[in-house]
Design a protein around this ligand. Structure first.
Ligand code: ATP
Ligand code: MG
Length: 574
């Protein structure tokens, strides 16, 4: 179920404009009349799934357009047919919608502009600004020079215009094999900015394109397509990450040479980086293709599809991105800050339930055999409208194995021989005896209960120091629960070389034989719940019919809240 249905669009994000430098620029452009209507775009290359770094770019582009009454285009930068697939196009659309944004009618593809881009390439040839180069690729590379050394002119740089036109036409007609020739801009081989050293505009690629099929065997480079696509669409503010700062002079050069219909301006911002997380599509692709994870939507992946499957709500992602803000300085955001945003959101919305991950049988000796009773449990402590639900209590229950210690250390207040604790929504119970198997492992706790403590309080006012969650043997449902840990075992994966060497071997722990209360067997995918005392969990959308499988979204322990408290109050170490 659910695995094949498109996620519902999230609610509209708040219309309050942010305060970052990019929104400041837009605000000024609108005030001065330089810009009439803000038009932004999100331009993914469909060669992978979107990740949380893309979410930053999506929230920025769609968010700013929305806040300032403009529009944001979704444009697929599909200029490289060898790496791009329809699966990715579909996934990207679903993910943008799920994140809560809508491109309306403004869905575009760079491939829509192939004919126009070709005409502009011809224009550059005619005006002496481009030439066909026959140099082998490695020779072209060495002749491009280095950061400290200027490049050298190709012997084909002075080819007559007519010959360039003829060769370029024949490149398009399919007369030459892959790599035989390229079209290059004629700018300046001695330019300090390497991007201006006669960059490649077109390469020969005999490959079928997901949209244009076999119409083309030459394809524009990203650099040649990107700025002109913006110009065709009337993009006013072309927002991109800092690695394109050095490409801006080239994009401006194209706009200067070509009869483009509008003049977009590019502004750069810093990429989102998060500790313990890799946001490089190249690495994410390898994780999938080498089988380190179970696909792009593996809940350990930083992809939006993985996060959705893990139960992370889109609101939490948007709020996290908003808090991170937009700046030009490089930074790595603490993973705990993201988890904090997830917990905050889920704490508000997730219904409370009881689930026992590692069950230990508890038998109440003074509770009548064969009898059960119905107790009331509240669904959300802060939201009375969430109501209550009936839960079954009986003679045989299961509690968490970790909640019992035969020989407890000083600060262990949960169950141990002779100790009395509260069972949530139920009664006080006291452990009287421990049953072990032949291997000496504890397999059962024999307890007594105090019938006067129904609901969880003793009429004589006596206190207990722990409240445990539990399920009843009579109606508990078996479940599989998947616990996810960081996919990488160091905060800066790959810093010492091979990023694959930093994969955490314990990133997934699958618990079978868990027992959950019956209300959890009916849950829908996407409905994250809180397992009391344990964390937030969401039903896996790909679980086999009739089976109960939950993914842990995030645990309850909030290290970020502690970091913040530490900043405000006493200074903490580390
Ligand atoms: P590559 O180009 O190497 O395949 P990419 O991550 O740049 O990977 P694109 O599909 O080109 O992938 O990205 C689409 C948009 O998302 C671009 O405008 C890019 O700048 C932005 N983007 C990508 N990664 C991040 C990130 N970590 N933080 C913020 N924005 C990002
Ligand atoms: Mg890119």
């Amino acid at each position: 179920m659910a695995g094949d249905t498109l996620p519902e669009p999230g609610p509209e994000p708040g219309p309050e404009p942010g305060q970052d430098f990019l929104r400041e620029i837009i605000r000024e452009d609108l005030a001065s009349g330089r810009t009439a209507t803000v038009v932004t775009r999100f331009p993914p290359e469909p060669n992978g799934y979107l990740h949380i770094g893309h979410a930053k770019a999506i929230c920025l582009n769609f968010g700013a357009a929305q806040e300032f009454g403009g529009r944001c285009h979704l444009r697929f930068d599909d200029t490289n047919p060898t790496r791009e697939e329809q699966e990715f196009i579909d996934a990207i659309k679903a993910d943008v919608r799920w994140l809560g944004f809508d491109w309306g009618d403004n869905l575009y593809h760079a491939s829509d502009y192939f004919e126009q881009l070709y005409a502009w390439a011809v224009h550059l040839i005619r005006t002496g600004h481009a030439y066909v180069d026959d140099l082998p690729p490695d020779e072209m590379r060495t002749m491009r020079g280095t950061l400290t050394e200027p490049g050298r002119d190709s012997p084909f740089r002075t080819r007559p215009i007519a010959e360039n036109l003829d060769l370029f036409t024949r490149m398009r007609a399919g007369e030459f094999p892959n790599g035989a020739r390229v079209l290059r801009a004629r700018i300046d081989m001695a330019a300090g900015n390497i991007n201006l050293r006669d960059p490649v505009l077109y390469r020969i690629l005999h490959a079928e394109h997901p949209r244009t099929g076999k119409s083309w065997c030459i394809y524009p480079t990203y650099d040649f397509a990107h700025g002109q696509s913006d110009a065709i669409e009337g993009i006013t503010h072309s927002l991109c990450t800092l690695e394109f700062e050095d490409h801006r002079p080239l994009y401006d050069w194209f706009l200067d040479q070509l009869p483009v219909p509008s003049r977009p301006r590019q502004y750069e911002f810093a990429r989102l980086n998060i500790g313990y997380t890799v946001l490089s599509k190249r690495v994410l692709t390898r994780l999938v293709s080498d089988g380190h994870v179970n696909g792009w939507d593996d809940p350990r992946m930083p992809t939006l599809a993985g996060m959705r499957r893990r139960g992370i709500p889109p609101e939490a992602i948007r709020e996290f991105v908003r808090r991170v803000g937009v700046a030009r300085a490089y930074s790595v955001v603490d993973l705990a800050m993201f988890e904090h945003a997830i917990r905050e959101q889920l704490n508000r919305t997730a219904l409370r339930r009881m689930a026992v991950l590692r069950p230990l049988k508890l038998v109440i000796e003074n509770y009548p055999e064969g009898q059960t009773e119905t107790l009331e449990a509240i669904n959300h402590p802060d939201d009375p409208d969430a109501g209550k639900r009936p839960i079954t209590f009986g003679r045989e229950l299961y509690v968490e194995r970790d909640d019992f210690m035969e020989d407890p250390p000083k600060k262990f207040f949960r169950l141990s021989p002779g100790r009395e604790v509260r069972l949530r929504y139920g009664y006080f119970v006291t452990c009287r005896e421990v049953v072990k198997n032949e291997a000496g492992e504890v397999i059962e706790l024999r307890c007594t209960y105090d019938p006067a403590t129904k609901g969880g309080n003793a009429p004589d006012g006596r206190k207990v120091q722990a409240t445990l969650h539990w399920v009843a043997a009579a109606d508990a449902v078996p479940a599989e629960i998947r616990l996810y840990n960081n996919l990488f075992s160091r905060s800066d994966p790959g810093a010492d070389g091979d990023v694959m060497a930093d994969i955490n071997p314990d990133s997934l722990e699958i618990l079978t034989g868990c027992l959950v209360e019956p209300a959890l067997a009916a849950g829908n995918a996407g409905d994250a719940v809180q397992f009391e005392r344990q964390g937030y969990f969401a039903p896996d959308p790909d679980r086999p019919a009739g089976r109960v499988v939950f993914n842990r979204t995030v645990g309850l322990r909030d290290t970020w809240a502690k970091v913040q408290a530490g900043d405000r109050g006493t200074k903490q170490n580390g």
